[in-house]
Design a protein around this ligand. Structure first.
Ligand SMILES: Cc1cc2nc3c(=O)[nH]c(=O)nc-3n(C[C@H](O)[C@H](O)[C@H](O)COP(=O)(O)OP(=O)(O)OC[C@H]3O[C@@H](n4cnc5c(N)ncnc54)[C@H](O)[C@@H]3O)c2cc1C
Length: 399
């Protein structure tokens, strides 16, 4: 049996819920349904702080039912297939849902399986990741257990990731924790990244390098994690030298924080909605699909070349809402997303650099001071203000 809705949204995460809430505030009569399989809704940005033992994991999760805007129908299924020529989405259970307009917001996919040995050793043998609700508390367990002579590794993959700063935020927190406990210089902290720079924007990279030097952190660029042997505590990296020659390098760890390779979700990648790289193929200014005008995309799953963050979603949602309503009314799309993304770079307990920038990597700072300097006020913003704003304003469509 087919079910029809005026607006169908795929994904009830940060993007799906805030967009639905804003649409209903602007036009209360809309018939909106969200396809979302998860019973739980997560505030992922706080997982960095959970890993450092300074935020309660239970405050990062609520039931999906509790965040669903009133009047929105929840279809508790997983979308599996798109038939854009018939304006239809088919779910994993075979349910068929047709729409007048579709918003695609299923987030990014974590590909743990692409690192050999990783899935079976996650959560034990000193192997952890703040990219998982289940594992973030284990990060702090490991951090507390570090002792003189130990090595802590922090990895970052060669793929796009959500929150590009998260792989290193937990590293600075670990280094600060060790410093506070008299272990700086007696333990090794290393960043082992597939990337070639510490951060893409010089203004912030310069300040991060000061922290790297202050904490005595070792830097290894162009190192892509390919295998972990948990019981032996060995991580293996593929390294490409400047001549393009590839070698494998193994490193011992006592603790390793892994950021998994990431991609667009498989069901998006293999769908007609995807661009060549697999992302939902939208116009980077209007967020309308490049080939199917009834379809819009938002959040981590889209092709827009911005930093994949909740901060970006916050700027995208009003643009999508305005443009979709204009489209429904047969008017031109005037709202423009400028590529804004933000990265609250935690560089120690009580210290945060608030990087904010657009498509051209040009800083787009909010406050009337130099945000590249670590500040307690910006830490307070991340730890206290933003979580409150998320649950009480962003998901309600008022911020
Ligand atoms: C450790 C960590 C730290 C971070 N730190 C920050 C930060 O400091 N600042 C910041 O702004 N951002 C941060 N982020 C990123 C932020 O959480 C994401 O960018 C944001 O959640 C993206 O919203 P989204 O709706 O696109 O995806 P999500 O919020 O991940 O939601 C996607 C939803 O789609 C659902 N879904 C998946 N598959 C299907 C399917 N087949 N059918 C239907 N629904 C489906 C999922 O269940 C989920 O509910 C961080 C993320 C992590 C993991």
């Amino acid at each position: 049996m087919q079910q029809h809705h005026q607006i169908l949204i795929i994904g009830g995460g940060n993007a799906g819920i805030s967009t639905a809430a804003q649409l209903l505030r602007k036009r209360p009569g809309l018939d909106i349904a969200i396809i979302e399989p998860s019973e739980k809704h997560y505030y992922q940005p706080a997982w960095t702080l959970v890993g450092a033992g300074t935020f309660d994991i239970h405050d990062t999760v609520r039931s999906e039912a509790s965040v669903l805007p009133k009047g929105v129908k929840w279809i508790k299924e997983a979308a599996a297939q798109f038939e854009p020529d018939q304006n239809m989405v088919i779910t994993a259970n075979g349910g068929e849902y047709t729409y007048d307009y579709l918003i695609v917001a299923p987030g990014i996919q974590l590909n743990w399986h692409l690192v050999k040995g990783l899935p079976e050793t996650l959560g034990k043998n000193g192997v952890t990741s703040n990219y998982s609700f289940e594992l973030a508390p284990y990060t702090f367990e490991l951090l507390k257990d570090l002792k003189a002579g130990d090595t802590a590794l922090f990895t970052s993959p060669g793929t796009p990731v959500k929150c590009g700063g998260a792989p290193q935020k937990i590293m600075y927190l670990t280094a600060d924790y060790l410093r506070k406990h008299g272990l700086q210089g007696k333990t090794k902290v290393e960043f082992v990244t597939a990337g070639s720079v510490i951060f893409g924007i010089k203004k912030y990279a310069d300040e991060l390098m000061k922290k790297v030097n202050e904490y005595g952190i070792g830097l290894n660029f162009k190192h892509d994690l390919v295998e972990i042997d948990g019981p032996a505590k060995i991580a293996t990296f593929k390294v490409v030298d400047p001549q393009g020659v590839t070698t494998l390098i193994s490193k011992h760890f006592d603790m390793i924080h892994v950021v998994p390779p990431q991609s667009a979700p498989d069901f998006i990648r293999k769908s007609p909605l995807a661009n060549e790289a697999g992302w939902v193929d939208v116009n980077k200014s209007t967020l309308q699909h490049n080939r199917y005008p009834r379809i819009f995309g938002i959040g981590d799953a889209t092709s827009t070349p911005n930093a994949k963050t909740g901060a970006a979603v916050r700027k995208q949602a009003p643009v999508l809402v305005k443009n979709l309503l204009s489209f429904i009314d047969g008017e031109p799309l005037h709202a423009v997303y400028t590529g804004y993304g933000s990265c609250p770079l935690v560089v120690g307990y009580g210290k945060l650099i608030l990087a904010e920038f657009g498509y051209e990597n040009e800083p787009m700072e909010t406050f009337p001071f130099d945000q590249s300097k670590p500040r307690w006020t910006m830490w307070a913003l991340k730890k206290y203000v933003l979580p409150w704003l998320y649950w009480n304003k962003i998901l309600k469509g008022t911020a």
